[in-house]
Design a protein around this ligand. Structure first.
Ligand code: ADP
Ligand code: MN
Ligand code: MN
Ligand code: MN
Length: 333
């Protein structure tokens, strides 16, 4: 007998990479093997030397096909088995290994926007809905669009064994969020990519497309981010380590902003629950700061911080690696 393995990988599109996938039929007795694809069709290789290698890095059950079928997240290698230049996971793995003694944990809040018929789902043709205010965590047919897709996606993530920790409707109509974590950098990043793939794939069956654009509607409408919650073993024990992490992130603010997702200037304006991208700040309970210290963390004197800057379209391998590197290198002096 055989099973179907859906090989999923990240392409070379700039400035924001896209997910790709294809199906391999594998004998029941075999683990998903190394495979390949045409890199000239994914902006990962020139036509005259087009082969790229897919190496499985995380395998989960396929909640859509069911049975013995699998989703196989892969990293992309060159034919000499070195990481392809588009392979940011390899960089994340190096940084995670270097600072493993700090036991970094991440929780990522992935916001996204549903589109139907060429406009955000729930928006009237050629006009605007009532201004935002009532939609966040709303209920009712005049406030909520796409809940059927969200529920289906939630069931799929749970069935696949992902560390999904919650979902909510967002501030703009048609905008939603799911949270992955907490877990280590590679686990959470792999699972954010897998959960994104499941979202696109499931929404397909509803004739809806999900997008990660950071500012889908300009003007007085919230953008879409990927707040990244972070702690080390030291931060989970001491408030001094929490403050030291906030200060360390401030020293490298420009480096981080540049790698937190394309179009970040459009989203981090200083309005709509953001801090301006040009100014770094942190504060307790402050949703207008770059980095928020949750109130329970200030009360308990330990815990985690929330970096509110990453865009919805960020690469979690890059963001978790940068935060780990900046905070842990600073802690080591
Ligand atoms: P918000 O109030 O910002 O909407 P959410 O509930 O959406 O918060 O997300 C909080 C995130 O914080 C979750 O993804 C959770 O996994 C993560 N988290 C909780 N504790 C920790 C911790 N100690 N280290 C890192 N992340 C954590
Ligand atoms: Mn949230
Ligand atoms: Mn949110
Ligand atoms: Mn948040």
């Amino acid at each position: 007998m055989v099973y179907r393995a859906e090989y999923i990988w990240i392409d070379g599109q700039q400035p924001t990479a896209k997910l790709r996938s294809k199906t391999k039929i594998v004998p029941d007795a075999d683990a998903p093997p190394i495979w390949g694809f045409d890199g000239s069709s994914t902006e990962q290789a020139p036509g005259e030397s087009s082969d790229c290698v897919l190496r499985p890095v995380r395998i989960v059950s396929d909640p859509i096909r069911g049975g013995e079928d699998k989703l196989v997240l892969c990293e992309v290698l060159n034919t000499d088995m070195t990481p392809h230049e588009s392979n940011t996971r390899a960089y994340c793995a190096d940084v995670a290994e270097q600072y493993a003694s700090h036991e970094p944990l991440f929780g990522i809040e992935q916001e996204y926007t549903f589109f139907k018929d060429g406009r955000p789902h729930g928006w009237p043709a050629g006009g605007f809905p009532a201004p935002q205010g009532g939609y966040y965590c709303g209920v009712g047919a005049d406030e909520i669009w796409g809940r059927d897709v969200v529920e289906h996606h939630t069931e799929a993530c749970i069935a696949a064994g992902l560390t999904l920790s919650g979902t909510n409707a967002e501030v703009m109509i048609g905008q939603w969020e799911f949270q992955i974590g907490p877990g280590d950098a590679l686990l959470v990043s792999d699972e954010v990519w897998l959960a994104r793939w499941l979202l696109y794939r499931i929404a397909e069956d509803y004739d809806i497309s999900a997008h990660l654009m950071p500012k889908p509607v300009s003007g007085d409408w919230n953008g879409a981010g990927a707040h990244t919650n972070f702690s080390t073993s030291e931060m989970r024990e001491s408030y001094d380590a929490i403050i030291a992490a906030c200060e360390a992130l401030g020293k490298k603010a420009d480096t981080h902003i540049k790698q937190y997702g394309a179009g970040i200037e459009q989203r981090l304006t200083g309005l709509h629950e953001t801090a301006p991208w040009t100014e770094y700040s942190y504060g307790v309970s402050d949703r207008g700061a770059s980095v928020r210290i949750p109130w329970q963390v200030a009360r308990d004197g330990k815990g985690y911080i929330e970096d509110r800057r990453p865009n919805a379209n960020m690469d979690p391998y890059v963001v978790t690696a940068l935060i780990t590197d900046t905070v842990c290198a600073d802690a080591e002096g």
